[in-house]
Design a protein around this ligand. Structure first.
Ligand code: G3H
Ligand code: 13P
Ligand code: ZN
Length: 311
């Protein structure tokens, strides 16, 4: 099976009340850990590449790693550009074989967001590629952009119909209280997503797939391990998994996870070096890191997203 778009995945996910995991990939071990988990659980998958990942690892290397994962697993896998910030970047990924792109013009005024998104949609649809757009602004850090909590803003449900109609986008990322990175909330708070906004959006766009960015739950077992083995990440807190489960049962069809992969990998490598200070073969520490990613992704697929057995 070749790489697929997200169209069929999202149709099934919407009807079935579950979500597809969109995991960020930067190297071979990350691709393998994620895809081994999905294969074990027969889950559809979105592998996504940020602008920074593409700069780090190179478009062709990432493309070929993902193609290898398709061959090895036989799963429906979509290859998606995460947070594309220009028409040129989106075009380059479309021309280079991605099956889905995000144009993130969410920091621009409404009309500019619409114009740029429309331009990407026209080109993408001509090439059989689907487009995710964003309305509302998440807090946190992505590539060079750092949005403070004060500058973030929830999506206005009254805007979504016009936005989707005028842009022709295939899915919409909304801001309901998630944020990028490992420090999402203040310690001691009881984080809640604005599921009421999601509900309002769903009413206005029945059947339309919604995307949640910034959805790492920052498992405390990893934070503890990192702190125990020489790291320093006090106060790292994520989205409660129960909140994500509820969103997945609603209109959310794609849930983005990157920070949890980084934490799983870093915790494993820190532990390995603390216990084996004399080792220096990368396979010895990257192998367990890949295993840690696999186990974490299995948990997400089964216990949070609910897409196990849906490939
Ligand atoms: O939302 C951003 C993702 O976590 C990608 O992060 O731009 O550092 O690759 P990155
Ligand atoms: P996290 O930082 O919560 O993993 O979010 C990742 C993301 O939204 C990628 O686009
Ligand atoms: Zn994101």
């Amino acid at each position: 099976m070749p790489l697929v778009t997200t169209t069929e995945m999202f149709e099934k996910a919407y009807k079935g009340g579950y979500a597809i995991g969109a995991f960020n990939v930067n190297n071979m071990e990350i691709v393998q850990g994620i895809t081994e988990a999905a294969q074990e659980l027969n889950a559809p998958l979105i592998l996504q590449v940020s602008k920074g990942a593409r700069q780090y690892a190179n478009h062709t290397y990432l493309m070929k790693l993902v193609e290898a994962a398709v061959i090895e697993t036989g799963l429906p896998i979509a290859l998606h550009l995460d947070h594309g910030n220009s028409f040129e970047l989106c075009k380059s990924c479309i021309d280079g074989g991605f099956t889905s792109v995000m144009i993130d013009a969410s920091s621009k005024p409404f009309e500019e967001n619409i114009a740029l998104t429309r331009q990407v949609v026209d080109y993408a649809h001509d090439h059989g590629v689907v487009v995710e757009a964003e309305l509302g602004t998440l807090a946190g850090i992505e590539d060079e952009v750092n949005v403070s909590a004060e500058d973030s803003s929830y999506t206005r449900p009254e805007d979504v119909q016009e936005f989707v109609q005028r842009t022709g986008c295939d899915s919409l990322a909304i801001a309901i209280g998630t944020s990028h990175g490992a420090y999402k909330f203040k310690p001691g708070t009881d984080p809640k997503l604005r599921l009421d906004i999601l509900e309002e959006v769903e009413k206005r766009l029945p059947g339309f797939p919604i995307v949640l960015h910034g959805s790492s739950s920052v498992p405390q077992e990893f934070v503890k391990m990192i702190n125990e083995y020489g790291g320093n990440m006090p106060g790292a807190i994520g989205i409660p998994e129960e909140q994500l489960r509820m969103a997945a049962r609603m209109a959310v069809c794609k849930i983005n996870i990157d920070s949890d992969l980084r934490l799983a990998m870093t915790a494993s490598i820190r532990k390995y070096f603390a216990e084996h200070p004399d080792h220096f073969d990368p396979r010895q520490y990257l192998g367990p890191a890949r295993d840690a990613i696999r186990e974490m992704v299995k948990h997400k697929i089964k216990d949070v997203l609910g897409c196990d057995g849906k490939a």
